[in-house]
Design a protein around this ligand. Sequence first.
Ligand SMILES: [Zn+2]
Ligand SMILES: [Zn+2]
Length: 109
Amino acid sequence: MAYQELKNPIKSKCMVCKYPIIKDQSNRKYCVDCKKLQEKALKKRWQKEHYVKRYKVRICLLCSTLFNTNVSRKRYCTKACQSKAKKIRVMEEQIIRWQEKVQDLRMGK
Ligand SMILES: [Zn+2]
Ligand SMILES: [Zn+2]
């Protein structure tokens, strides 16, 4: 029996599909196909976690509230803050335009 075991050193089965696998390397738990799938899934999960971590907590540019997001472009905590910020931006542009007009008047144009 010892000889037989040596010739066919199948000591484990794939954890997913139960296909017999040769434990020539340490900690082999999956057959070749399942290992590939497993690695793919792990990579996907890692990317997802990495992505979420990257954009996890932000500070609203308007009200300074901390908020969670995975959208990299998001700068405001709520839609209300976003639209308010937009209004402010428009008003600021108007102020600049009015200042320019005042400047023109002063310069005698
Ligand atoms: Zn398998
Ligand atoms: Zn906000």
